[in-house]
Design a protein around this ligand. Structure first.
Ligand SMILES: *Cc1c(COP(=O)(O)O)cnc(C)c1O
Length: 485
């Protein structure tokens, strides 16, 4: 390791609370009693709950140590491609924890929930302005849930025109959730091959689009981190055949304030508020994947719809063409508050700057590392860049080895083996919130790893070296999970 790469992992052994338990220890003391004791009926009380016996300091250290086994954005850079692991300003958490929000009850009458309803209405309006769409529903709880909502809207639209189309076009650079969402809604995916430059060409879409195809689902920017420059032309082709255009907007972090999908022919899209609009994520939730539509499809949005009627905010349930309810109450409200706070604190210019820096940072990494790691699509990228292990093949070192070694240098590994169209992909998304110093440290770590491969490739198979657990047997871990230790 070189001097400036100082992370050396952290090894804090910590047994289970049950193993630390010693009879009679407790974490509290009771005040002296000032009433006479009463014998309780043993048959009612039994032996009491089976909790471990521990002192207060043991409990505090236990959980603090466990928290230090974790790696999060508050620990360091997390360049996990496709996931937009940006630093989330604490002010957004603070707004979400204001007592007016945390003690609001979803069953409270509407006239007592005016502030919360106003936030829903205004957030929908802001998201529409950012995307160029006309109406939105904040209900979906994740990106994939927004996609499902979008596919249900596709289906409802075609049904309302008296047709039942069965297929949907899905490019090979789409996110994996896209075909899954389409299938869940009953559509059959038709794969679309990207052109040589890693983006879609109008010709190939024209060949595949027919009147049994409900439309196309395009991830833009796509999973190679490339902008689908032909989307407008492709949208015209799809619309000419009566189809609809879905944009997976989970990568909106690359284009805020620069392109509005609604202006280039997109009919339905979703956003990932937990990626682009500031919610700590990575542990599986909660998230929010609002679905946004053009005017012609707004009647199909999930119900109820928050609206302003006169000077009152209401939840409109009278939506006869709606695809129905997709979430208990109105979605994951805490995530929505964070997004609202993020948008207002950033402002229009701030959002545009965030996207510009996200793109600049990814291009910087791409340029600095393209001599060291193979870059299959050597052209300007958006918010992420995709390398592969092709140059390391001869040394029998793989993408997995490189990713594991990065942990030794204090970085969360990038996304690996995705997108599928690049063998051994290493997908790096630095986001806009990393400083140049941290990005340079990441580049230095990647170069150091490449140099280590030249000297002693076999050592890389053992990485990570400085972690609590070394290389895991991922196959056994998946097939025979041990859930207690
Ligand atoms: C993350 C992501 C999704 C899925 O979002 P979830 O919130 O994880 O369901 C879909 N598409 C793209 C391009 C993504 O990056």
């Amino acid at each position: 390791m070189t001097e400036e790469l100082t992370a050396r992992g952290m090894v804090q052994e910590e047994p289970l609370l049950w193993e630390k338990s010693r009879p009679g220890k407790t974490g509290f003391s009771m005040p002296r009693r000032d009433v006479d004791p009463v014998d309780l009926d043993d048959s009612l009380v039994g032996d009491g709950p089976d909790f471990p016996h521990l002192s207060e300091v043991e409990v505090v250290r236990h959980y603090t140590r466990l928290s230090q086994w974790n790696f999060g954005l508050d620990t360091g850079m997390y360049p996990l491609g496709s996931c937009t692991m940006k630093y989330n300003p604490k002010i957004n958490d603070r707004q979400a924890s204001l007592s007016g929000f945390t003690s609001a009850h979803p069953l409270a009458p509407q006239h007592l929930s005016q502030g919360a309803l106003q936030l829903l209405v205004e957030l929908e309006r802001l998201l529409c302005e950012i995307t160029g769409m006309d109406a939105a529903s904040l209900q979906p709880a994740a990106g994939a849930h927004g996609e499902l909502a979008g596919m249900m809207i596709f289906s409802a639209f075609h049904r309302s025109n008296g047709s039942t189309r069965t297929k949907i076009l899905i490019p090979d650079t789409a996110h994996g959730t896209n075909p899954a969402s389409a299938a869940l809604c009953g559509f059959k995916s038709v794969p679309v091959r990207s052109g040589e430059k890693g983006i879609l060409t109008p010709e190939i879409v024209a060949e595949l689009m027919d009147e049994d195809t409900a439309g196309i689902m395009v991830t833009n920017p796509n999973t190679l981190g490339l902008y689908e420059a032909n989307l407008k032309e492709i949208a015209d082709i799809v619309h000419d055949k009566g189809g609809l255009v879905y944009a997976d907007g989970a990568n909106m972090n690359a284009i805020m304030g620069v392109v509005r999908p609604g202006d280039i022919g997109v009919d339905v899209m979703h956003l990932n508020l937990h990626k682009t609009f500031s919610t700590p994520h990575g542990g599986g939730g909660p998230g929010a994947g609002p679905v946004l539509v053009g005017k012609h499809l707004s009647k199909f949005l999930p119900t109820p719809r928050p609206e302003k009627q006169g000077d009152q905010y209401v939840l409109n349930e009278a939506c006869p063409d709606s695809i129905g309810r997709l979430h208990a109450f109105y979605g994951n409200f805490g995530v929505l508050i964070r997004a609202y706070s993020y948008i207002l604190t950033m402002g229009g210019k701030g959002l545009k700057d965030a996207s510009s820096y996200a793109v600049l940072n990814a291009n910087y990494i791409k340029e600095k590392l393209k001599e060291t790691y193979f870059l299959p699509y050597d052209q300007p990228c958006m918010h992420e860049c995709v390398f592969s292990d092709q140059l390391q093949k001869e040394s029998h070192v793989t993408t997995l080895d490189i990713a594991k070694r990065l942990i030794d240098y204090g970085f969360h590994p990038p996304t690996i083996y995705f997108p599928l169209i690049v063998n051994g992909a290493i997908m790096v998304e630095p986001t806009e919130t990393e400083s140049k110093e941290d990005i340079d440290r990441f580049i230095q770590a990647m170069k150091t790893i490449a140099a280590e491969i030249n000297v002693n490739p076999n050592a890389l198979h053992q990485s990570p070296e400085f972690t609590k657990v070394r290389r895991l047997d991922e196959v056994t871990a998946a097939r025979r999970p041990c859930l207690t230790c």
